[in-house]
Design a protein around this ligand. Structure first.
Ligand SMILES: [Zn+2]
Length: 415
């Protein structure tokens, strides 16, 4: 017999709600709206107030504070979409009871999950796992998060002795395509701070992410018939490859980890006449981030100096910033999360996110928003799986956060 948490997760996971980067509409796909409206019905049926599903596909709701509790309002956030990088349907989940740590074959797909390939799963030995059949992703990112939030709410509703303040929920579309915060309805989300429930392994607590920018270098060449090119052709592709060959070899995603930043050449295109290089610039440290941008500008200037004329131009757009800056001034947000994990018997694992989250953008919009684990692993592909025990722990942590927020001495609302 599956627990209500698992039943809920599977019900959400069976709805195809992948987002679509090519779609200009909001939300980018209808499936997300389908999931959001089913969730809206579920939240109303549970008895939540202020349930609103807006035209942009953002679903918000409130669990009112227990009588007499004036603790600050907090928020729990998860995203409705799954990654467009891999098919999400038809979902055929496999259930592994009390996993012994041995290789798991994903049906007849030839795909396997092993500790060698996925050492983080070591923590899940003995757990009950849900995997895919090797042909789709699972959708634990972030439907595990949604199921955990709804189950925590249901548990709080059934336990009126647990004192808590207002808890606001938001389920947002298009996180996987970087648009999750674009239309976030801050005006109807009066939480003082929030937690995204969108992390991976048991115990994850994340409040640092990259500072991120994208850099486009445009290179103007001079195309001449190759038979008459002597002394006059300038091959933009050659300039592009020489420029890239001079970039720091080891400051790339494949050579860096932990707190190390990088330049990532993710697209290169062109012909003799014109070429473009597209880099992602990433650094956790504000000064390092600024230095990387200066480095690019100085290299372009030096490169242009060596040419007959300035042929390279640089355009840099900042994408998002490290949320640490917005969260550290309010240490109780992390203190409460850490203490809540300990209450649930979970060892907090603080690690930097080598990417961005909706939480980082929301933090800069005035809603400090660290990220909590869901218990899911190997997101965005066929090896995605989730530990049922870790999912239950995530629910316990959310409930403990609600309780701890009402008890914490430093939780006077910050403005
Ligand atoms: Zn996610």
């Amino acid at each position: 017999m599956q627990s209500p948490l698992v039943q809920r997760f599977l019900r959400y996971a069976r709805i195809d709600s992948h987002s679509d980067p090519a779609s200009p509409s909001v939300p980018s796909t209808l499936g997300q709206r389908t999931l959001a409206s089913e969730l809206a019905d579920e939240l109303r049926a549970l008895g939540l107030s202020d349930v609103v599903l807006d035209a942009n596909g953002y679903l918000t709701a409130r669990l009112p504070a227990t009588l007499g509790c004036s603790a600050p309002a907090i928020g729990w956030i998860a995203h409705l979409d799954t990654s467009p990088d891999f098919p999400s349907q038809p979902l055929h989940p496999q259930f592994i009871t009390a996993w012994n740590g041995k290789e798991i074959a994903l049906s007849d797909s030839g795909e396997k999950i092993s500790l060698k390939a996925f050492p983080a799963l070591r923590a899940c030995r003995g757990h009950d796992l849900i995997t895919t059949d090797g042909y789709t992703l699972l959708g634990a990112d972030d439907k595990a998060g949604i199921a955990e939030i709804v189950t925590a709410i249901e548990t709080l509703l059934a336990a009126p002795d647990i004192v808590h303040g207002d808890i606001w929920l938001a389920f947002t579309p298009d996180e996987e395509i970087g648009r999750g915060a674009d239309h976030f309805p801050m005006e109807r989300f009066p939480a003082k701070w929030a937690y995204t429930v969108d992390g991976g392994e048991l115990g994850e607590l994340e409040y640092e992410n990259f500072n991120a920018a994208s850099a486009t270098i445009r290179i103007r060449g001079n195309n001449v018939h190759p038979g008459m090119a002597y002394g006059s052709m300038v091959n933009a592709l050659t300039l592009a490859s020489v420029f890239h060959a001079g970039m720091p070899r080891t400051e790339t995603p494949e050579h860096s980890l932990g707190y190390e930043g990088f330049f990532h050449l993710h697209k290169m295109s062109g012909n003799t006449e014109a070429a473009e290089l597209h880099y992602l610039v990433r650094d956790f440290i504000d000064e390092g981030f600024a230095r990387r941008k200066v480095f690019l500008a100085e290299r372009i200037a030096a490169f242009n100096n060596e040419l007959d004329t300035a042929r390279l131009t640089l355009e840099i757009c900042d994408s998002y910033y490290n949320m640490r800056r917005k969260i550290e001034p309010h240490p109780h947000i992390l203190d409460i999360a850490r203490a809540a994990m300990q209450d649930a018997g979970v060892k907090p694992k603080v690690k930097p996110i080598r990417g961005g989250t909706d939480g980082s953008r929301l933090s800069f919009m005035g809603l400090p928003c660290p990220n909590l684990f869901t218990g899911g692993y190997n997101f965005h592909g066929k090896h995605e799986c989730v530990s049922i025990q870790a999912m239950h722990k995530a629910v316990e942590v959310l409930i403990a956060i609600a309780r701890r927020t009402a008890q914490h001495p430093d939780t006077e609302p910050h403005d």
